[in-house]
Design a protein around this ligand. Structure first.
Ligand SMILES: Cc1ncc(COP(=O)(O)O)c(C=O)c1O
Length: 500
């Protein structure tokens, strides 16, 4: 059995894995036998599919063993529930508990996706209303709630772009993407069969319409742009860019992952977007991280509506129902109706805040980021002087002489009890430190964070080793991150199993 490399710090004994706890025959809760009755599964399954080696190696533990084990593990981590989580571009805002209460109500939690429409009118109504809110926020008329994440929304959007052009006789073969874009943008374009042309920003971090024009041509299917961009700067040439894209017969894809900076203030539809994905798990406070379920609904202009995924919700005299009757659809992109639990939470968030509340979200998100920007700019150089919106990007330029770098600063922040910002992204900013506090943080927390960063910069100058060897106060010390990423050990095998 191999354990992750790293220094274990707390406790005198090594931390056991769940497989190393328990004892033969120890159990937790026992499920009641099903009330449905019928034959035992073993009598129904074909002999060839039944395992005859029992369940050797599974942990035999009590409920208390399990609770303690996982509670302890959860305490080794930092999360938005324990501290500021300023992970730029990820919008790790607080996930209100009321949304958890709503989504756990049996009417939603116990709903089977195969129930007939007539029996699920409440859930369908919620989805229809959520689509209405997303329409209002984006300024785009068509909505699909199916995609399961931002990147999945991108793929869905680009598939519609492809279908649109194919319908006109030529799917075209190129997509334009700014150099600062999130990696999922070129990945989605490539998955859709497009080649990507990368476009540089100007010295202020903004895309110029002349740059776009120089790359446009009859083979360009779409341009993907994130606004505000991944440096937190508003792409102020967006309308001129949209016009140029339209003149070239291409479509404008807006990556809506940064909608937290626009809610209630500006609509991508008004800026000329044809398609946009929402990241509900960012903007609308549904939990994310650790690869958990997200939701990436797409909004489209009239031109793309015929291509939306099916089934689509339609309303007739008997209420809402799912319809497949859209001949130009790109088809289904997700089983059943998407991650409905996320849709319920996002709806709860939108209803709790209302229109004015959403506008306040944007104002506070921008204010908080700019507060941090103003309070740290004298100790960490800004990547760009251009005014920023909901996140701010610094560089480690001035730390060079100390030998400490962005990674060290991020690690040392863990000792101060804060999750680290996004580092080394966007790639166009060397040594980037990208901070997105979100609107849910108080001035008190921001001041504590600012004080911590300032203290770390001072440490880097006075006692650089302290910073370079951080973290010192976490359960696990500095890991070999390259090995952890390239050769992750993600499963445990029973000692008797084939070691291969
Ligand atoms: C700008 C941007 N676009 C797209 C994505 C992809 O979203 P997801 O992680 O939900 O697939 C992200 C995620 O962080 C992002 O920041």
């Amino acid at each position: 059995m191999s354990r992750p490399a790293g220094v274990l710090r707390y406790g005198l004994l090594p931390e056991p894995l769940i497989f190393e706890r328990g004892a033969p025959g120890r159990t937790g809760a026992t499920c009641d036998p099903t009330e449905v009755g019928g034959p035992a599964p073993v009598d129904v399954l074909p002999a060839g599919l039944r395992r005859d080696d029992g369940l050797a190696g599974l942990p035999e533990v009590s409920e208390l063993d399990v609770v303690r084990h996982f509670t302890r593990l959860s305490q080794w981590n930092l999360s938005a529930a324990t501290t500021l989580y300023p992970l730029g571009s990820c919008t790790m805002k607080y996930n209100p508990i009321v949304n958890e209460a709503i989504v756990r109500s049996p009417g939603f939690a116990a709903l089977h996706p195969l129930l007939p429409d007539a029996w699920t009118q409440g859930a369908l109504e919620l989805m229809d209303r959520l689509a209405g809110f997303l329409r209002a926020v984006s300024g785009l008329p068509g909505i699909s709630l199916q995609p399961a994440a931002g990147a999945h929304g991108e793929l869905t959007g680009l598939k519609m772009v492809r279908a649109y052009h194919a319908d006109r006789g030529n799917p075209r073969h190129r997509v334009l993407i700014p150099a600062s874009a999130h990696g999922t943008n070129p990945a989605s374009a490539a998955l859709c069969g497009y080649t990507v042309t990368e476009m540089p920003a100007n010295d202020a971090g903004i895309l110029e319409v002349e740059t776009v024009r120089a790359h446009l041509g009859p083979d360009v299917a779409a341009m993907m742009i994130t606004n505000p961009n991944t440096i937190g700067l508003f792409e102020r040439n967006i309308q001129a860019i949209a016009e140029a894209v339209r003149e070239a017969g291409a479509l404008l894809y807006c990556d809506g992952a940064n909608m937290n900076a626009l809610l209630g203030v500006a609509k991508p539809g008004d800026m000329g977007a044809d398609v946009l994905q929402f990241n509900l798990h960012k903007t609308f406070s549904t939990p994310h991280g650790g690869g958990g379920p997200g939701a990436g609904p797409v909004a489209v202009s009239e031109r793309l509506e015929p291509y939306l995924p099916t089934p689509r919700l339609v309303r007739d005299a008997s209420g809402l129902r799912w319809s497949e009757d859209f001949p130009k659809t790109i088809g289904r992109v997700r089983s059943f109706h998407g991650n409905v639990g996320m849709l319920v939470r996002a709806y709860g968030y939108l209803r709790t805040l209302g229109g004015d509340g959403l506008t306040d979200v944007t104002a506070m998100a921008v204010l908080n980021a700019n507060y941090i920007r103003a309070k740290l700019a004298d100790v960490l150089p800004l990547a760009f002087q251009t005014p920023s919106l909901h996140e701010c990007v610094f560089t480690d330029r001035d730390l060079d002489a100390t030998g400490a770098h962005t990674l060290d600063l991020a690690k040392r922040l863990l000792d101060y009890g804060f999750f680290a910002p996004t580092i080394y992204f966007p790639l166009v900013v060397p040594g980037a430190i990208m901070i997105e506090p979100t609107e849910t943080e108080s001035k008190q927390t921001l001041d504590e964070f600012i004080a911590a960063v300032r203290a770390i910069v001072a440490e880097a100058r006075e006692t650089p080793e302290l910073v370079k060897e951080a973290p010192h106060a976490t359960f696990v010390g500095r890991l070999d991150e390259t090995r952890a990423a390239r050769r992750p050990v993600l499963r445990w095998k029973p000692p008797t199993a084939d070691p291969g």
